[in-house]
Design a protein around this ligand. Structure first.
Ligand code: SF4
Length: 263
């Protein structure tokens, strides 16, 4: 079995980290690296696409694969272009909740509707962390943020349920407390022919933890205590939301080209 040191050598660029101490971003990088390793995928065949925000730094510049660091909210759109141009590539998208479900919400919906073969990992810390901690579509009702100092008057939405309803083949949610499950879920995502979406609740001790008087470790404890693998539990569900076969966009496009006599 590959050691932690070997994973770091093989998959992580020797680059100063922009992450705050205790941030969950490094744990997501670790999970993605382990999943690619155990799925037996050559990292030369992996392209990681990200937008803007703390989560976007996870693959770029850190991950030792080809990366495309794009504009705010547009990672799914750029990744779709990469996949259509070369469908043999394993295309990963790493995006924060604001980037993915707020600014990039429309691309996310249509990526799922098209069921294009991408692996989207949405790192959810419940606010826009990099720009100071503003309210995001994942901020709970009444929660205080930089821009909602008296409490969020709006409600959050269940991004995983929305992506499932839009037509994705594979949807799941885990947290950085559930590292083993997360690695297996990323493996399952790369194995899926279609749109895979994994929401990862990840601790932001700087913007969220400080406001709530919690350290990074305490936030991990919170994930442990407040999530459940039982869908009937009162706690937040973690696990698979759907795993279904549906026509995949690039296969359909290439089939059409063949039918029309193209190459
Ligand atoms: S602000 Fe939060 S999400 Fe961003 S690097 Fe710091 S701890 Fe991580």
């Amino acid at each position: 079995m590959i050691t932690a040191e070997e994973i770091r050598e093989k998959y992580v660029r020797n680059h100063p980290s922009p992450f705050c101490p205790g941030c969950g971003g490094g744990m997501v990088l670790n999970a993605m690296s382990r999943a690619v390793e155990s799925a037996g995928i050559d990292k030369k065949d992996v392209v990681a696409v990200s937008g803007i925000g703390c989560a976007a730094w996870i693959p770029s510049p850190h991950w030792r694969v080809d990366t495309l660091h794009t504009t705010h909210g547009r990672a799914v759109a750029f990744a779709s272009g990469v996949k259509i141009a070369d469908r043999d590539l394993e295309v990963m998208v790493v995006s924060g909740d604001g980037d993915c479900a707020g600014i990039g919400g429309n691309h996310l919906l249509h990526g799922a509707r098209n069921n294009i073969d991408l692996n989207v990992i949405m790192v959810n810390n419940g606010l826009y962390a990099m720009t100071g901690g503003q309210v995001a579509p994942t901020t709970e009702h009444d929660e205080k943020t930089l821009t909602t100092p008296y409490g969020n008057p709006a409600s959050s939405f269940e991004v995983a349920e929305v992506v499932k309803a839009a037509g994705a083949s594979h949807v799941a949610r885990w947290t950085t407390y559930h590292m083993k499950e997360l690695v297996k879920e990323v493996e399952k995502a790369v194995d899926t022919k279609g749109f895979s979406f994994i929401e990862v609740l990840a601790q932001c001790p700087t913007r969220k933890g400080k406001k709530e008087g919690m350290t990074g470790i305490e936030m991990l404890e919170w994930y442990k205590e407040n999530t459940s693998k039982d869908q009937d539990s009162e706690k937040m569900y973690v696990g698979t939301f759907c795993d279904v076969e549906r026509p995949e966009l690039t296969e359909e496009i290439y089939r059409q080209i063949e039918r029309l006599g193209g190459e």
